[in-house]
Every structure is written in structure tokens, then in C-alpha cells.
Design a protein around this ligand. Structure first.
Ligand code: HEM
Length: 343
């Protein structure tokens, strides 16, 4: 008879084998759709260019989806799912409600892809391709994206609420959060540079304009002239849905965001804190403010790492990015929905 230690090892090996059968980490690769949908990347780029021409901000809004998708149970398109009577969607989570936008651009990409190659390209991959294209189309760098993700069957509002950072977050909290995903201080600063494009609401900054950390005073780390401009944009009792540019050039992907931080002209508290509150992040902000190429290189690395976060659960290729395929059964299954009970 085998000694107890061997039994233990055998049991462990079996457990691991079962765990792996359920939790498959998928191999992502460049050119994943080369055979099955050769024009996929071209189609995404074309729809994104059209969206940009319609509304410059929309591509930034789509790029943001990569962050909000990948941090919550991996890059699985869960952020795109509409709520159902039995599932609260991530769209209504604290950081997303009245804030995430341009879902219709993703829908437009998906329809174009479904027309060309039905049931092939995942919504999770669409986000990754579209985020890259948002950067390229606004003047930033280009890179190859690794594809082959599946779409989740569910979404979790609760997980999004627990994970996504608030605009009030300070540098050390952000460093800790990103470290949990094996993202370094450089990744954090580079990825925050995505705020080189896009806009934010007054809702996200009134606390720092009028009552930073409950002090009843504004954030001291603000250039006075910039603060005056933000006060005028966002008066205490004004409309919180008014928006301002996240940097001085909000439709151009460049290193202006970092120059702004160095001059205490960051829009969000979570941005300014990277320069004002932490030695480690300040060093990287300063470097990127002086060297756009270094920022671009680090940004690509950060986006690739962010895109590698996976949901190990078995997924599917959704036909409609807003609903799981099972959520809208094909017609023939709808005819006799209680067949299983019919004995
Ligand atoms: C480091 C932690 C981060 C925090 C605390 C944060 C927070 C925010 C907030 C509060 C807004 C404005 C929301 C509103 O007022 O409605 C925003 C906008 C945006 N965020 Fe972030 N963000 C972070 C990281 C990222 C990352 C990693 C990306 C992309 C990879 C990203 C991309 C964007 C973009 C593009 C916008 C503008 C969207 C638009 O114009 O619709 N953010 N972010």
C-alpha cells in the first residue's frame, strides 16, 4: 500500500486537475482572429473613427471601459451587461452610474462584426481593440493587442462597488489597489495617463474644491488660477453633471496630463495626488512630463498587463454585448420552456 504522503499528493493532484477543468486560463495571442474574422481589427478601427468624428469624447469613454471591465473579475465584457430582474449590472455600480458612457459605440462595433463573422469576436476583445484604437486615433501610440477572451455569463455590481477606486483616493491607496493586480507604481502612473483624454463631472471634484478631507477648505495642492477656473465651472450648488477636460488637451493623447500635474493643475484628486502626496509616484509623473516617449512605452506596457487580467470561469461569445446568450433563448427553445418538467 502506498504511504499516506503519496495518497495526499495524489489527492492534491486530483483536486488541481478538477480545479483546472473549471478554471481555464486562456492563451491570448496577437492575430487571434486572423483565420476566423480577418477584418475584425479593421472593422473596430473604422467604427471607432466614425464615433470620434461624431463626438470627440466618445473614444475616451470607450477606452475607460477597459479599466472598469478588467479590474472587476477580469477582462470579460461584464461591464457591458444590462441589469436583469435577477442580476444587478455593473453599469449601476457606484463608479459607473451616470458616468460610464458610449456603450452604443460598442454595440455599433459588435453589429458590424456580427454582420461580417457572426458569433466569433467576443465583446471582451472588442473593448481591448477599441481602447487601443481610442489612443491611436487621438494621437497616441499604436501596439499589437493579444486577443482570444471570452465573455462572462454574469456581472457583479457588488464586486465593482468593492473594487473600483473613488476620485478621492490618494496615492498610497491607489498603489495598494494596483499592486493587488501585480501592477507596479510605474503602471499606475502610466495608466492614469489615460486621463490625457476625456472629461469628468463636477460631481467628481466638488469635495476637493470646497471641503477636502472634511476641512471645509479646498485641496491645497491646486494652482490658484486653475482652482478659480474650476470654481467657476463647478459652483458648490451648481449642476454636478457639468463636465470639464481631465487635462488641458482632452481630445489629444499626449503627456500634457503629466505637465498639468507638475503645475498643480490636475482635475481629479486621484490624479493630483500622484504628484503631490507620494515620492515614488511623483518621480514617475515628473519623468513622463519631460519625456512623452517614456510615457507612451510605459502606457502600452500597462495596457497590455491590464488586458491580461482574466476571468477563469468558462464564458461564451455573446451575440449581443448587453445580454448573455442564455438570457435571450433562441426561438425554438422558447416554444416549450417547461419541457424538462414534462414527465
Ligand atoms: C488610477 C485610478 C483611477 C481613478 C480613481 C479614476 C477615476 C476616474 C473618474 C472619477 C473619472 C470621471 C468620472 C466622472 O466624473 O463621471 C474618470 C474618467 C476617465 N477615466 Fe479614470 N480613473 C482611474 C484610472 C483609469 C484608467 C486605468 C483608465 C484607462 C485605462 C482610465 C480612463 C479614464 C478615461 C478615458 C476617462 C474619461 C472618460 C470620459 O470622458 O467619458 N481611468 N476616471
Amino acid at each position: 500500500m502506498a504511504p499516506p504522503r503519496v495518497h495526499l499528493l495524489l489527492a492534491l493532484a486530483l483536486c488541481l486537475a478538477f480545479a483546472r477543468a473549471d478554471a481555464a486560463v486562456r492563451e491570448l495571442r496577437v492575430g487571434y482572429y486572423a483565420q476566423t474574422c480577418p477584418r475584425a481589427e479593421e472593422i473596430v478601427r473604422r467604427v471607432m473613427a466614425r464615433a470620434l468624428a461624431r463626438e470627440a469624447r466618445s473614444v475616451a469613454s470607450v477606452m475607460r471601459l477597459q479599466f472598469h471591465d478588467c479590474f472587476v473579475n477580469g477582462c470579460d465584457g461584464s461591464v457591458l451587461m444590462d441589469a436583469t430582474p435577477t442580476m444587478a449590472g455593473e453599469k449601476e455600480a457606484l463608479s459607473n452610474i451616470n458616468s460610464l458612457r458610449s456603450f452604443e459605440v460598442v454595440d455599433e462595433v459588435k453589429s458590424a462584426l456580427e454582420e461580417q463573422c457572426p458569433g466569433v469576436v467576443s465583446c471582451a476583445d472588442i473593448i481591448i481593440m477599441a481602447a487601443r484604437d481610442a489612443v491611436v486615433l487621438t494621437g497616441g501610440p499604436n501596439w499589437d493587442v493579444r486577443l482570444g477572451r471570452e465573455d462572462s455569463l454574469t456581472a457583479s455590481q457588488e464586486d465593482s462597488d468593492n473594487i473600483m477606486p473613488s476620485p478621492r483616493a490618494n496615492a498610497s491607496a491607489l498603489i495598494r489597489l494596483f499592486a493587488g493586480y501585480k501592477l507596479t507604481v510605474t503602471d499606475l502612473v502610466a495608466l492614469s495617463g489615460s486621463h490625457s483624454i476625456g472629461e469628468a463631472r463636477c460631481f467628481s471634484i466638488v469635495f476637493r474644491l470646497y471641503n477636502q478631507s472634511g476641512s471645509g477648505r479646498p485641496d491645497p495642492h491646486m494652482d490658484p488660477a486653475y482652482r478659480q477656473a474650476l470654481d467657476a465651472l463647478c459652483p458648490l450648488t451648481g449642476d454636478q453633471n457639468v463636465t470639464g477636460g481631465l487635462d488641458a488637451t482632452p481630445v489629444v493623447f499626449d503627456n500634457q496630463y503629466f505637465k498639468d500635474l507638475v503645475h498643480l493643475r490636475g482635475f481629479l484628486n486621484s490624479d493630483q495626488t500622484l504628484f503631490s502626496d507620494n515620492e515614488g509616484t511623483r518621480r514617475v509623473v515628473t519623468q513622463f512630463s519631460q519625456n512623452q516617449d517614456a510615457f507612451f512605452r510605459a502606457f502600452i506596457e500597462g495596457m497590455v498587463k491590464l488586458g491580461e487580467l482574466q476571468n477563469p470561469r468558462k464564458g461564451e461569445i455573446r451575440r449581443n454585448c448587453r445580454v448573455a446568450n442564455g438570457g435571450r433563448p433562441p426561438l425554438e427553445k422558447q416554444v416549450a420552456p417547461f419541457r424538462v418538467l414534462d414527465f
